[in-house]
Structure formats: structure tokens, C-alpha cells
Design a protein around this ligand. Structure first.
Ligand SMILES: [Ca+2]
Ligand SMILES: [Ca+2]
Length: 186
């Protein structure tokens, strides 16, 4: 069947360009980078098939700098990794969204695939009281529901490392208690 043979040889001759393997275009890549570091874990792994890859492009549809690049780790296998160009700071920016494309050595480009990247928090900050001092006057011989409300906050970027769990009174032998919301009462 000459028609079939022609169709096969045509597809071999016509280079289709590079393509990202195992990634759904509507889902894209999911990436996690730890703050204060440069390593990025990408899922699924970045692999380019159908063409020899020579470089990658990163495009950003939104405002702001994208401090990442894609590095080829194994050219023969088409494998690459995403790395941060500088240390990330979750307190400054928690998430990035950008597109990557593979550029074949013949100059053809793949389709763009979106990377959704989250910066993972590290617990660097201790809680701090919002005010340096809190004061209240109380009358003697009277019970109070609440004497003073204290409040602390924490500069870490995630709830896990910035939520205030509880408050404690450090001084022994005094008639006050403090609850988990920071309300102080006798
Ligand atoms: Ca913290
Ligand atoms: Ca942090």
C-alpha cells in the first residue's frame, strides 16, 4: 500500500518539535520550593520528548519577576530541572505562576505549559506582642470576666508557623490566668 508508506515516511521527515512528556496541558506542573533555598521539586518530572532539547524559555503573563530557570540535566533523555536563581522568601511571595516551553536544537518550540509553584514556609520568626506593654486598672473586691486583651503576631507566611497557639503567664504566685485567645482574667 504505497499510501501508508508515504504517510509514515512523511511523519519521519516532518519534525514535530519538542513536547513535554506526561504533563496534562490543562493541569501543568506543580512545584514546591522551600524558602531560603534554591531547590525546586516538580511534579511530574520535566522531560522533553520528540526532539532534542537545547534550551527552555520562561514566560510570565503576570507582573513581577520570575526568579527561576530550567536547566537541562540529561540532554539525551531530555530531562531537566527547575531551579531558583536566588533564595526565595515566603514572607515576600508565597506563590508563582509562569509558563515554560522547550526549545529544540532545530529551533522548534514546544507548547507552553504552566508551572504552579508554591514556596514552602520555614519557621524563622518567633511570635511578638503587638504592643510592648499592656496595662489595666482593677478595683479590689471585684471579679472580672476580662481585665486586658493581649495580642501577639508572627511574621512567618504560613498558618502552620505563624498561628499563635496559646498564651502563658510566666510569673508564679499571682492571681491571674490567661486563656488561649489572650484574654487575661483573675
Ligand atoms: Ca513563627
Ligand atoms: Ca518563614
Amino acid at each position: 500500500m504505497p499510501f501508508t508508506r508515504d504517510a509514515i515516511s512523511l511523519s519521519y521527515l516532518r519534525n514535530v518539535g519538542p513536547r513535554f512528556e506526561n504533563v496534562k496541558p490543562d493541569v501543568g506542573y506543580h512545584a514546591i520550593a522551600r524558602e531560603n533555598g534554591r531547590n525546586v521539586e516538580v511534579s511530574p518530572r520535566i522531560r522533553v520528548v520528540d526532539d532534542e532539547v537545547c534550551s527552555f524559555t520562561i514566560t510570565n503573563k503576570h507582573h513581577g519577576e520570575i526568579p527561576f530557570m530550567v536547566q537541562i540535566t540529561d540532554k539525551a533523555l531530555g530531562e531537566a530541572k527547575l531551579v531558583a536563581k536566588k533564595e526565595l522568601n515566603c514572607e515576600k511571595r508565597k506563590a508563582f505562576k509562569f509558563d515554560i516551553a522547550a526549545v529544540g536544537c532545530d529551533g522548534l518550540s514546544s507548547e507552553n505549559v504552566t508551572v504552579h509553584l508554591t514556596v514552602e514556609d520555614i519557621n524563622e520568626f518567633a511570635p511578638e506582642f503587638v504592643q510592648e506593654t499592656y496595662s489595666a486598672d482593677v478595683d479590689e473586691d471585684r471579679l472580672y470576666d476580662k481585665i486586658v486583651q493581649v495580642e501577639a503576631d508572627d511574621n512567618d507566611c504560613s498558618a502552620k508557623f505563624s498561628d499563635i497557639c496559646k498564651y502563658e503567664i510566666l510569673t508564679n504566685d499571682q492571681p491571674f490566668t490567661i486563656d488561649q485567645e489572650g484574654e487575661c482574667f483573675p
